[in-house]
Write a new protein. Structure first.
Length: 77
C-alpha cells in the first residue's frame, strides 16, 4: 500500500507540471508559434464546462484549464 500523503504529493507534482505545460502553450500561442490555435474558436463543450463566453477562443480554454490545474496542485490532505 502507498501512503495517502505520498499519493497526494505525487498528484500535486503532476498538476504543477500541467500548469507549466499550459503556460508554455499560452506563451507559444502569444508568440505566434501556434497560428491555427490563434484562429480556433473554443469548442462548445469547453465553453459550457468553464462558462466561457460565446466568442471564446482556444487561448481562453488554455487559460481556464491552467487555472483549474493550478487549484488542484494546491490541495493538501
Amino acid at each position: 500500500m502507498i501512503s495517502p500523503k505520498i499519493c497526494h504529493r505525487f498528484v500535486g507534482f503532476l498538476e504543477e507540471e500541467a500548469v507549466i505545460t499550459y503556460t508554455r502553450c499560452i506563451e507559444a500561442l502569444d508568440a505566434g508559434r501556434l497560428p491555427i490555435w490563434s484562429k480556433t474558436p473554443a469548442p462548445q463543450i469547453a465553453k459550457n464546462y468553464w462558462k466561457l463566453s460565446d466568442n471564446a477562443m482556444m487561448k481562453d480554454v488554455l487559460l481556464a484549464v491552467r487555472a483549474d490545474e493550478a487549484t488542484h496542485r494546491q490541495y493538501v490532505h
